[in-house]
Design a protein around this ligand. Structure first.
Ligand SMILES: [Zn+2]
Length: 126
């Protein structure tokens, strides 16, 4: 159960998508679920660090969230600053697809972001 709880963001995203497809909830609920999922994937999902090390390899330490690095302070700093430097986006992009698990988290994060934006738009247009 514990290990399942670590993946709650996927469940949240699945519920948000269900909300779109079968109109299970109101748009506000879909929005909350989507925003929660975005937060989960950027800050909490269990993924590899993916920061570029001095040898040009990608760091394989476990970390939490696509935007945060592992326990090495240098890597946390590197990943956060990379997000604001367009020239470094290629490096970040490499780190986002290191294994199927990272790819899955990346795609889910994008889906959650799209869902959140769409929910905001849908609510605004009502
Ligand atoms: Zn690292």
């Amino acid at each position: 159960m514990r290990s399942l709880l670590r993946y709650w963001g996927y469940l949240s995203l699945a519920l948000a998508i269900a909300g779109w497809v079968v109109h299970l909830f109101t748009l506000t609920v879909v929005l909350i679920l989507s925003v929660a999922a975005v937060g989960y994937f950027t800050l909490q999902a269990p993924v590899w660090c993916g920061a570029v090390t001095r040898t040009g390899q990608l760091c394989r330490n476990n970390s939490m969230g696509l935007l945060l690095g592992c326990h090495l302070r240098e890597h946390k700093w590197q990943k956060l600053t990379m997000a604001f430097v367009p020239k470094k986006w290629r490096d970040i992009n490499r780190g986002l697809w290191t294994s199927p698990r990272e790819g899955m988290a990346t795609l889910s994060g994008i889906a959650a972001a799209v869902s959140a934006v769409a929910a905001v738009a849908a609510i605004a247009l009502h």
